[in-house]
Write a protein that binds this ligand. Structure first.
Ligand code: AMP
Length: 301
């Protein structure tokens, strides 16, 4: 079954203590759609400006991503995010965000996208996430991602969104911010009360915790010796996860979700090994499967 991903298609400029990389292909939708495309047919909803390089369009196409929902505004500027990492790669700060064409974007779904069974509302304003949800019908599973910015400036819209989705994915600091709650287990319980049946809290290199009707699942992150650039790891995680779910011919969401999370973690590990999407876009399914098998060995007891 196919996956619809809505989010940002961005140009990212990323500084690490060792190097600087301007105008990479980035954005929540780019990372998530490429990750999902390893498993299932993927449709991308987004908007770019006239400055969006043709080579990045080719990269999406190389992954077989359907671009009917990617709008191009020739007179506008593509969303641009720049960030800087400290020596400890867990700490990053945003240097600049130029909204460009996403500031006024009113997504209109191509008619045949409306019945896409798996929908990922990747990180973008909750107003855009709502607008896309308003246009889909009969989806089997809807996942939403968000970030601290929207919790700060659009909390009522985020809370309204939680009542409309099956699953929320957020990181531990966002969970603390949303609920004023330090304990992850208590945070999960409180988020369920806000709406989603499934909640996944990401804990970076320490993995993630899923909470659903059948209880908890603790998933490891793939242990990497060297992290080059973790930008987009969260988006790759949730993209891989929903792509894997969409690809399953048997089982239920509940029974497939654990393996889906592990596949998401593995795609995220490739993302961290290079700048932007450089390594992810060179990865093949066999390498993903090999890391999943390694994780199985490491985590079984
Ligand atoms: P992550 O590292 O998973 O948090 O995702 C980083 C990606 O999110 C980058 O590729 C950025 O282009 C994108 N991004 C940064 N700020 C925003 C924002 N306000 N809304 C949507 N996407 C963003």
């Amino acid at each position: 079954m196919s996956v619809l991903v809505v989010g940002t298609a961005a140009l990212d400029s990323i500084k690490t203590p060792k190097t600087e990389n301007p105008l990479l292909l980035g954005g929540s939708a780019s990372h998530a759609a490429v990750a999902a495309s390893f498993f299932a047919p993927t449709r991308l909803m987004g908007v770019v400006g006239g400055d969006f390089p043709a080579k990045y369009i080719k990269l999406y196409q190389k992954h077989g991503i359907c671009l009917k929902g990617l709008e191009r505004v020739p007179t506008g500027r593509t969303f641009h995010w720049s960030g800087e990492y400290e020596v400890n790669m867990n700490n990053r700060r945003t240097l600049d965000t130029v909204l460009g064409v996403i500031e006024t974007w009113q997504p209109v779904l191509p008619a045949d996208y409306a019945t896409t069974p798996f929908v990922l509302l990747a990180n973008i304003s909750p107003q855009v996430q709502h607008r896309v949800l308003d246009q889909v019908s009969k989806s089997r599973f809807v996942i939403a991602d968000t970030m601290d910015l929207w919790l700060n400036i659009a909390l009522p819209e985020v809370l309204r969104l939680l009542k409309r989705v099956d699953c929320l994915v957020l990181n531990d600091s966002e969970a603390r911010q949303l609920l004023k709650e330090d304990n992850v287990i208590n945070a999960l319980t409180k988020i369920h009360k806000l709406g989603p049946k499934y909640v996944i809290i990401k804990k970076g290199e320490h993995g993630s915790v899923l909470s659903g009707p059948k209880g908890l699942f603790v998933a490891p992150a793939y242990p990497l010796k060297k992290v080059i650039d973790p930008t987009g790891a969260g988006d790759s995680f949730v993209g891989g996860l929903i792509g894997y779910l969409a690809a399953q011919k048997t089982g239920t969401i509940e029974t497939n979700l654990r393996r889906a999370i592990v596949h998401g973690s593995v795609v995220a590990s490739f993302c961290c090994e290079g700048f932007g999407l450089n390594v992810t876009t060179r990865t093949v399914k066999a390498s993903i499967n090999a890391r999943v098998r390694e994780l199985e060995k490491i985590a079984r007891f």
